[in-house]
Design a binder for this molecule. Structure first.
Ligand code: PSV
Ligand code: MN
Length: 388
């Protein structure tokens, strides 16, 4: 049996990147709700993210979305982050909210629009050069709603060419991370709908092109841990966008809908060498907090990832291997389930205390008065929102 003491030190390696947009207002196509205290600026988003890190020790970096987080001086923004105790991380491009991109961006049939989308990605790399960010994450809304609307094959060819132009501009230490999503906003055919398509483009680009797996971007019933195992096996799992879903791309708190799935994913990450110092896999959240407070929503999220990581680390891999080899079906399943059912909450509270962190970060946040403070301080201005 593996004990918590055996794995406690490995939890020190955990770093989960927070999305700046999680701190802004969001909602559905029916309504975006405003919340008192919502950041008006990227600096205020960073301040909120810093709270999550200060209370959990798990979230040292913040992903930016361009143009949502566009500023004049990224060097200065990096120093603001540093002063708050965090750093700037992945740069996410955004070619889904400009009228020009109605029929696509990197796949667009009009060379002017395609060139504009490529130029946007080059701007993102310019930003990365200043912020020291390693990853350019690309998610495209490109696709079609009706059969015949666009030539599926030509769109792939244009996509390959556009990505090549972007990839060619990357520095030696930088990566292109290509995210897939099976539908929405395109409903008939999405241009990067699945991990296979993302992988095919990454393989054509080169070693520094890797796949982003957003846990909400699969059809119901998809075995996501299998995809994790395969991409790790091929050295092409670049990053996770963690969130959870009941129906579609719900962007709910990771681990809320299906903690067992999160456990299975993290087990494959660990099994495949995707966890720890030696791994390049980036763990990020991609969530929207529509009805719950945003800072505690993010705290809960990173704690959920930590809790399932601890349980996945507890899997007695030797016993599992032995049972697998012996054809002991129920024994092997039992080894995995033993780890999944282990309650690690008290051990994690001790782990935090021994590292100078609050034993209960949710309770510490509630008691800190931060939520009331930002609600009182952040008056006037325009609250940040998904799309603003
Ligand atoms: C698309 O649904 C997505 O998952 C991409 O990562 C975007 O950048 C992000 O959501 C925006 O929230
Ligand atoms: Mn995503």
């Amino acid at each position: 049996m593996t004990s918590f003491d055996d794995i406690a030190a490995q939890l020190d390696d955990q770093a989960i990147e927070l999305p700046s947009w999680a701190f802004g207002n969001s909602g559905t196509r029916f309504r975006v709700f405003a919340t008192p205290g919502t950041p008006r600026t990227v600096e205020e988003k960073l301040a909120d993210a810093a709270q999550v890190h200060a209370l959990t020790g798990l979230a040292p970096s913040v992903a930016l979305h361009i143009p949502w987080d566009r500023v004049d001086d990224y060097d200065k923004l990096g120093r603001v982050a540093e002063d708050l105790g965090v750093r700037l991380g992945t740069i996410n491009s955004n070619t889904f909210q400009d009228d020009d991109y109605k029929f696509g961006s990197l796949t667009h049939v009009d060379e002017r629009v395609r060139a504009k989308a490529i130029a946007h990605h080059l701007e993102c790399i310019d930003i990365m050069d200043v912020t020291g960010s390693r990853d350019l994450k690309i998610w495209l809304a490109d696709g079609t709603n009706y059969p015949g609307q666009g030539d599926l094959r030509d769109r792939q060819d244009r996509l390959a060419d556009s990505l090549q132009q972007v990839y060619a501009r990357l520095g030696q230490e930088q990566r292109l991370v290509l995210e897939y999503k099976f539908f929405e906003p395109a409903f008939y055919a999405t241009d990067v709908p699945d991990w296979g398509t993302s992988l095919v483009h990454c393989l054509a680009l080169g070693d520094r092109a890797v796949v982003c797996l957003d846990t909400g971007h699969h059809a119901p019933g998809t075995n996501i841990e299998f995809i994790v195992a395969q991409l790790l096996r091929l050295g092409r799992l670049g990053s996770f966008d963690f969130n959870s879903r009941f129906y579609a791309d719900d962007d709910l708190i990771v681990g809320a809908a299906d903690p067992f799935q999160l456990f299975r994913i993290l087990y494959e990450v660990i099994r495949g060498g995707g966890y720890g110092d030696a791994s390049d896999v980036a763990f990020m959240l991609d969530q929207c907090h529509n009805v719950e407070d945003k800072v505690p929503g993010q705290i809960r999220s990173v704690l959920n990832v930590q809790e399932m990581t601890a349980r996945a680390l507890l899997v007695d891999r030797e016993a599992l291997r032995e049972a697998e080899r012996a054809g002991d079906v129920l024994g092997a399943n039992g080894v995995l389930m033993d780890a999944f059912y282990t309650d690690v909450r008290a051990d994690l509270a001790d782990w935090r205390s021994s590292r100078g962190l609050p034993a209960d970060p949710m309770q510490a946040y509630a008691a800190s008065g931060y939520q009331d403070q930002i609600a009182a301080d952040r008056l006037g201005g325009t609250q940040a929102g998904w799309g603003a």
